[in-house]
Design a protein around this ligand. Structure first.
Ligand code: PLP
Length: 467
């Protein structure tokens, strides 16, 4: 059995057991059988020993996760064939969130790792989705979004930023913010273009930039406050920089970029003619200060793509409704990429998303109040356990220094925490280009009900010992 000893590497046998039946070998093989039999025989002379056709449709990987591959390997013949993946994705492994959530199930651990609520979204939004389905809103939507949703997004943006936009030419609805990120990068970044990222960063940025062939320049935000290192940014940004990828409120640290920091970034972008791709999925989870969209600063709207989604704010992370907002000349590229990535996203969910975004302010106030209570339970609890907790102004995450407990790095600590304590956290090294930089930090989420948060804290109080 392999041991879990590095980010992205996992005791694969644990995940195998947890795969839903639909991923198990028999079904997949049945599905691909007619197509593969001849293909593989023709392509691969050494496949004589195969007792069954193996899933291989092309020269790219056919497995969406390493665990799926492992399941196939366990089944027999596939282990004669190395996993395949295009070079642009070679360095990326099964996401840490999948790995940790799987381990959580195996060890019956309380999952404060992956950022999905363990409570449901509001009834008025779910009812709107059910109604839309019953009303027959079930065929392809307009590619860039149903008119109702584009209008609701434009109204919310106007309310939040004071900027009036045209819902038809300045918004593209996507499958979650993840697709907005992909469409923005693939639609506006050429191979070799230089893009600045702030580490730690949300994991899809690096992978998507890699798919686009971008050249990544990374600037690290340092604890305790993860402040903008202005001199560093000045030394890295130039006329050769195509874009900066910004995330505020920031996952994993909970940092919110201050007005002053955003102004400093803006001035440098204008001076060097640089675009900003701003991921604001946690904009409504701002606790210690008001969220500011960089697009609202002078001279910035025309060079910014603002990306957002429904999932975090409405506790509906599985719906994957997102959007990108940009002036028409930038949105064109985003729209083009979106057209060929997914073309359109789920029609009934878009109708429901329009209803959600028209929610009164009281909805957002309640949400914040509720999350503030949860945050207090977790932060106070983590401090009482003995962690050094770094301040988090927004998102539903907090980052702590785990070193008082004597484990060599963040991955070892998280493995220990799951197996011996029964709590899941996320090792932050996965959010850095240089993994060493994140080795003292782990991230906890408080998007769980209060009972779960209290139980997790109790377990840590009982079982975690300072070394
Ligand atoms: C910073 C950040 N951006 C984007 C996403 C993805 O959003 P969505 O689920 O809408 O694709 C996440 C999800 O965790 C996130 O943390």
């Amino acid at each position: 059995m392999r041991t879990f000893n590095a980010p992205g590497r996992l005791d694969l046998s644990t995940e195998m057991l947890l795969l839903p039946a639909c991923f198990r070998p028999s079904l997949r093989i049945t599905l691909f059988k007619p197509f593969l039999w001849t293909n593989i025989a023709a392509k691969n002379k050494s496949s004589r020993s195969l007792s069954f056709p193996i899933v291989r449709a092309s020269s790219v990987s056919t497995f969406s996760t390493a665990s799926e591959a492992a399941v196939m390997a366990q089944d027999g013949p596939i282990n004669q064939h190395p996993l395949q993946v295009a070079k642009r994705l070679e360095k990326f492994k099964t996401t840490i969130f999948t790995q940790m959530s799987s381990l959580a199930i195996k060890h019956n651990a309380i999952n404060l790792g992956q950022g999905f609520p363990n409570f449901d979204g509001p009834d008025f939004v779910k009812d709107a989705a059910i109604q839309a389905i019953k009303d027959g809103k079930n065929q392809y939507a307009r590619g860039y979004g149903i008119p109702d949703l584009n209008s609701a997004i434009a109204s919310r943006f106007q309310k939040d930023t004071g900027i009036t936009i045209d819902p038809e030419s300045e918004i593209t609805v996507t499958s979650g913010c993840t697709e907005a990120i992909a469409a923005t990068i693939l639609g506006l970044i050429n191979p070799g273009d230089e893009v600045i990222l702030f580490a730690p960063f949300y994991d899809s940025y690096e992978a998507t930039l890699s798919m686009a062939g971008a050249k990544i320049t990374c600037i690290t935000l340092q604890p305790p406050d993860f402040a903008l290192p202005l001199e560093k940014l000045k030394s890295k940004i130039s006329k050769n920089t195509r874009a900066i990828l910004l995330n505020t409120p920031h996952n994993p640290t909970g940092k919110m970029f201050t007005k002053e920091e955003l102004e400093q970034i803006s001035l440098l972008c204008i001076e060097n003619d640089v675009l900003v791709f701003s991921d604001e999925v946690y904009d409504k989870l701002a606790f210690e200060m008001d969220h500011i969209s960089i697009a609202s600063l002078p001279g910035m709207y025309e060079r910014t793509v603002t990306m957002n989604s429904l999932g975090k704010t409405f506790s509906l992370t599985g719906w994957k409704i997102g959007w990108a907002i940009a002036p028409p000349h930038l949105l064109w590229g985003v729209k083009q990429a979106h057209s060929y990535l997914t073309f359109a996203t789920s029609t009934p969910m878009q109708y429901a998303a329009a209803v959600a975004l028209n929610a009164p302010d009281s909805y957002y106030e309640e949400l914040r109040k509720d999350y503030k209570g949860k945050k207090e339970i977790l932060v106070d609890g983590l401090k009482a356990v003995g962690f050094k907790v770094f301040p988090s102004s927004g998102t539903y995450f907090v980052v702590v220094d785990h070193t008082p407990f004597g484990l060599p790095d963040d991955v070892a600590f998280c493995e220990y925490l799951i197996k011996e304590v029964g709590v899941v956290a996320i090792p932050t090294s996965v959010f850095y280009l240089d993994k060493e930089e994140g080795k003292n930090l782990v991230r906890f989420t408080f998007c769980k009900d209060e009972g779960t948060l209290r139980s997790a804290v109790e377990r840590m109080k009982e079982r975690l010992v300072k070394k």
